[in-house]
Design a protein around this ligand. Structure first.
Ligand SMILES: [Zn+2]
Length: 110
């Protein structure tokens, strides 16, 4: 994948994430209003929206980091070991910062 299409895909992801984050930020209030009738369900709905917001926010950060790497000319290289991130991985996840091995190591550490 060349830098231009990577940038386009990342920009599109960023726009989608911004939209979802906007909706999710507004949602808990409307969820509470809607479920005033069936009390008890509002907390789980708000919790779910909060969890989705957390995921969307960290995904957005990863996309921004990838765009920064494009600007710096380091895009497509693993941020840990510096080896090229396989093309197929970037196709599936253009915001991927690490090769599969380093991502695996990082996730095991957590
Ligand atoms: Zn690596």
């Amino acid at each position: 994948m060349d830098d231009t299409s990577a940038r386009e895909r990342l920009k599109k992801m960023l726009a989608d994430l911004d939209r979802s984050i906007g909706v999710l930020r507004g949602d808990p209030v409307s969820v509470r209003d809607r479920s005033a009738a069936d009390a008890g369900s509002d907390l789980s709905d708000a919790d779910r929206a909060q969890a989705m917001l957390t995921v969307a926010t960290s995904h957005r950060r990863a996309v921004l980091d990838a765009l920064k790497r494009l600007d710096e000319g380091t895009y497509g290289r693993c941020v840990d070991c510096g080896h090229p991130v396989p093309e197929g991985r970037l196709e599936a996840r253009p915001e991927a910062a690490r090769c599969v091995q380093c991502q695996g190591k990082r996730e095991r550490r957590r």
